[in-house]
Design a protein around this ligand. Structure first.
Ligand SMILES: Cc1ncc(C[n+]2csc(CCOP(=O)(O)OP(=O)(O)O)c2C)c(N)n1
Ligand code: SF4
Length: 490
C-alpha cells in the first residue's frame, strides 16, 4: 500500500478511537531485506495467514504506542524469520521454547511488552509443556498461536491440530483417531487453567473475521500493557501450499472444515478486574545472599582478589577437537575463581564428533558478568590455522593474540594487537605430550596479562586433572612457557 495515504475511516473499540490506515505499519520494516540480495519481499507463500497476522500485530503495536517496548519471540517454523519484518526487539527461540524465553524477559524487564508468536507444531507439538506451564504461571505475556493444522515449514506433516481425515505428508490416507488421536484444542486446554485472563480463538477465513482477529490481538496486547496477566489468541490460519489449494480455496476450507472442529469465539475474558490474577508481590524472592549461602560461597571471598585487572578479560580459545580447547577454558575459569574473580565459561562445539572445530569463551572480571558470550575478544588463543582465520579480525584493537605457531603457518596480520607466536605443539612434543600445548599458551597468557598468577595455575592444575600421572608433565609445560617468554620477550 502507498505510504502517506490519509486515514480512510475511524471506528470505536473499548471507547478508544482507532483509525484504519492504508499504509504499512511503522512497526514493520519499510523493506524486507533478506539474506539473499534483491529478495525484498516477504518469504511467506501467497495466501499464507502469517502475513495477515503480522500486519494485525504491527498495527496494534503502532496504535498502542509500544514499538520501543516490544520484544518479539519468534518460533521455529515458517515464521522463524519474523525478525526480518518486525522493527521491534527480536529474539529467535528454540523450537517450542518461546513461552519460556518470553517469561524470562517479562520477569526481568518491567517495561517490556513480550510477544510469543508460535505455530501449531511449535506450540502444540514440541512446546506443549512450555505453553501450559507459562499459562499456568499466569505470566504477563501475550501469545499469538497460529493454527494452520499442519507443519508448514517442513513440508506438510501432521500437527497436533490436524483434523480427522485431513491428508498430510505423514497421514496420506487422512488422520484417524485410532492411529494418531484426536485434534487438540489448545484454547480449551489453556481455558481449563486458573491463571490466564484472556483466551480467544479467531479465524482468517473472511474479511469480517479478520477484523475480529484484529480486535482480539489488540485486546491481548492491551492486557499486557495494563499488566493483567496471560493472554492467548489462537488464530485459525490458511496454509494453501501444504493444504494443496489456491489461496481462495484455502480460506473456504478453513471456514468449512477447521472452524467446526475449533469453534471461534471468546473463551475467557477476566481482564476487566483491576489486578493480574497472579499477585506477583507475594512471590517468594531468594536474595543474592541466600543464593551464595546455598552455593556455599563466602560472600567476602567473591569480591576480594589480590589481582588487579587492567580491563575485563574476554578470552576466546579456539582449535580443533582434541587440542584441549574446552578444558583450557575450564582451567582458566577455575584459576579465575581461585583468584577471587568473577568468571564465565561457555563452550562451543562443532557438529563433528571428532576432529571438528571447538572454541571456548571465558570472561574474567571484578564485576558481575552479564553475558557469557564473547563476540569481540581482547584475548585470542588460536591453536590452529582455521581458528586464527576465523577470529583474528574479531579481536579488539589493543588486544592480544597468542598463536600455536606449530600449527599455524602464517603470522598474525593485525598490527593493532600484541601477537605471540609460540611453537607450543613442538615444545609440548619435546616435553613428551602434544596434549600440554594448551598449558604452554595459558602460561604465556598468565604472564603477559596478569589476570591469573602462576602460583594459582600450579595450584589449580592438580585439582582439574583427572589423571594424576599427568600433573608433572603439566608443571613442565608451565616451566616451558615461562622459559619461552623470557627468551622471546622483546
Ligand atoms: C528441535 C527441533 N525439532 C524439529 C525441528 C524441525 N522443524 C522445523 S519447523 C517444524 C514445524 C513447524 O511447524 P509449525 O509450528 O506448525 O509452524 P508453521 O511452519 O506451520 O508456521 C519442525 C518440526 C527443528 N527445527 N527443531
Ligand atoms: S508453507 Fe504454509 S505456513 Fe509456511 S509460508 Fe507457506 S503457506 Fe505459510
Amino acid at each position: 500500500m502507498l505510504a502517506g495515504v490519509k486515514p480512510s475511516c475511524f471506528f470505536m473499540e473499548n471507547k478508544e478511537m482507532h483509525t484504519i490506515k492504508h499504509q504499512k505499519a511503522r512497526s514493520l520494516y519499510p523493506t524486507f531485506e533478506r539474506k539473499a540480495p534483491g529478495a525484498e519481499v516477504s518469504h511467506y507463500c501467497p495466501g499464507c495467514g502469517h502475513g495477515t497476522v503480522h500486519n494485525l500485530i504491527a498495527e496494534a503495536i503502532d496504535d498502542l504506542g509500544i514499538q520501543d517496548r516490544v520484544v518479539f519471540c519468534s518460533p521455529v517454523g515458517c515464521s522463524v524469520f519474523a525478525y526480518y519484518y518486525f522493527d521491534v526487539g527480536n529474539i529467535q527461540c528454540a523450537h517450542g521454547r518461546a513461552p519460556a524465553v518470553a517469561s524470562a524477559i517479562r520477569r526481568t524487564h518491567d517495561d517490556a511488552i513480550v510477544i510469543s508468536y508460535q505455530g501449531d507444531g511449535d506450540l502444540a507439538g514440541i512446546g506443549m509443556s512450555q505453553i501450559v506451564h507459562a499459562a499456568n504461571r499466569g505470566e504477563n505475556i501475550t501469545v499469538f498461536f497460529i493454527n494452520n493444522a499442519i507443519y508448514g515449514m517442513t513440508g506438510g506433516q501432521m500437527a497436533p491440530t490436524t483434523i480427522l481425515n485431513q491428508k498430510t505428508v505423514t497421514t496420506p490416507s487422512g488422520r484417524h483417531a485410532a492411529n494418531e488421536g484426536f485434534p487438540i484444542g489448545i484454547s480449551e486446554i489453556i481455558n481449563s487453567l486458573h491463571a490466564p485472563v484472556f483466551v480467544e480463538r479467531v479465524s482468517l477465513a473472511t474479511a469480517p473475521k479478520v477484523m475480529k482477529a484484529r480486535m482480539a490481538i489488540r485486546k491481548a496486547l492491551r492486557n499486557q500493557v495494563d499488566k493483567k496477566g496471560f493472554s492467548l489468541v489462537e488464530i485459525l490460519s490458511p496454509c494453501p501450499v501444504n493444504w494443496k489449494m489456491t489461496a481462495v480455496e484455502s480460506r473456504r476450507w478453513l471456514e468449512e472444515n477447521l472452524e467446526p472442529v475449533f469453534p471461534v469465539g471468546n473463551l475467557r475474558d477476566l481482564a476487566k478486574g483491576p489486578f493480574d490474577r497472579v499477585d506477583r508481590k507475594k512471590a517468594g524472592r531468594v536474595s543474592d545472599r541466600k543464593i551464595l549461602e546455598i552455593l556455599g560461597v563466602d560472600e567476602k571471598e567473591v569480591h576480594t582478589s589480590s589481582i588487579h585487572l587492567k580491563e575485563e578479560q574476554n578470552v576466546k580459545i579456539a582449535g580443533f577437537g582434541g587440542q584441549g580447547v574446552l578444558s583450557t577454558g575450564i582451567l582458566l575459569a577455575n584459576c579465575a575463581i581461585a583468584e577471587g574473580l568473577q568468571t564465565t565459561w561457555l563452550p562451543s562445539y562443532g557438529a563433528e564428533m571428532r576432529g571438528g572445530t571447538a572454541n571456548a569463551s571465558v570472561n574474567i572480571s571484578h564485576e558481575a558478568i552479564g553475558s557469557p558470550i564473547v563476540s569481540f575478544p581482547n584475548v585470542l588463543m588460536a591453536m590452529n590455522l582455521p581458528s586464527l582465520d576465523a577470529f583474528e579480525d574479531t579481536v579488539r584493537p589493543g588486544g592480544c593474540i597468542l598463536v600455536n605457531s606449530s600449527m599455524v603457518p602464517r603470522q598474525v596480520r593485525r598490527t593493532d594487537v600484541a601477537a605471540y607466536h609460540i611453537p607450543a605443539t613442538d615444545m609440548a612434543n619435546n616435553i613428551g605430550s602434544p596434549q600440554i600445548a594448551n598449558v604452554i599458551l595459558l602460561t604465556v597468557y598468565a604472564l603477559v596479562s596478569g589476570a591469573i598468577t602462576l602460583e594459582t595455575l600450579q595450584k589449580v592444575i592438580p585439582l582439574s586433572i583427572k589423571r594424576k600421572n599427568l600433573v608433572n608433565i603439566n608443571m613442565k609445560a608451565i616451566e616451558a612457557g615461562i622459559a619461552w617468554l623470557e627468551e622471546n620477550r622483546k
